[in-house]
Design a protein. Structure first.
Length: 160
């Protein structure tokens, strides 16, 4: 049995069988940096209750091999540089202690890279967005659904 608790003091957590759980590392997924305002708010609401480390993660898709003959040879480097700059700019814009904010840029399948980053970094909670799912993924988007199903830590879904 779990009960979410939130008090005016500086603690946020879950009471699980009478034990207080307070996240120390919050991983926020920034799939589309331009449309992530609702995620910033959700993550910062949790983070502001203590000195929670905040990791912003952006996952860029890999270009299919079939397209490699039709794109510039340095496209991967260009994508990495552009996405890295956007992620750094987003991190700078967060109204939160800068020494507690870090970023990670990954390339690959969204859900697998998020799960790998959460495990490698030791995330206590993952904050991920879910946008207008289709009928096949009625309750959650396919990435959010897979992250929730396979994550080894709690996952907060923030709808936009």
């Amino acid at each position: 049995m779990t009960n979410a608790i939130q008090s005016p003091g500086d603690h946020f957590g879950l009471a699980i069988f009478g034990h207080q759980w307070k996240p120390a590392r919050l991983l926020m997924v920034c799939r589309s940096l331009a449309r992530a305002a609702h995620l910033w708010l959700a993550a910062l609401e949790i983070a502001k209750f203590g000195k929670v480390q905040l990791r912003l993660v952006n996952v860029q898709p890999l270009l299919p091999l079939a397209f490699m003959d039709y794109v510039p040879a340095n496209l991967d480097a260009q994508q990495h540089e552009k996405a890295g700059a956007e992620l750094a700019k987003a991190a700078e814009g967060i109204d939160y202690s800068k020494e507690l904010v870090s970023t990670a840029l990954r390339f690959g399948t969204t859900y697998s890279e998020i799960l790998a980053e959460a495990e490698a970094w030791g995330a206590d909670v993952i904050v991920v967005g879910s946008h207008r799912p289709s009928m096949s993924t009625y309750l959650l988007g396919s990435n959010a659904k897979t992250i929730v199903r396979h994550a080894k830590c709690p996952v907060l879904i923030a709808r936009n």
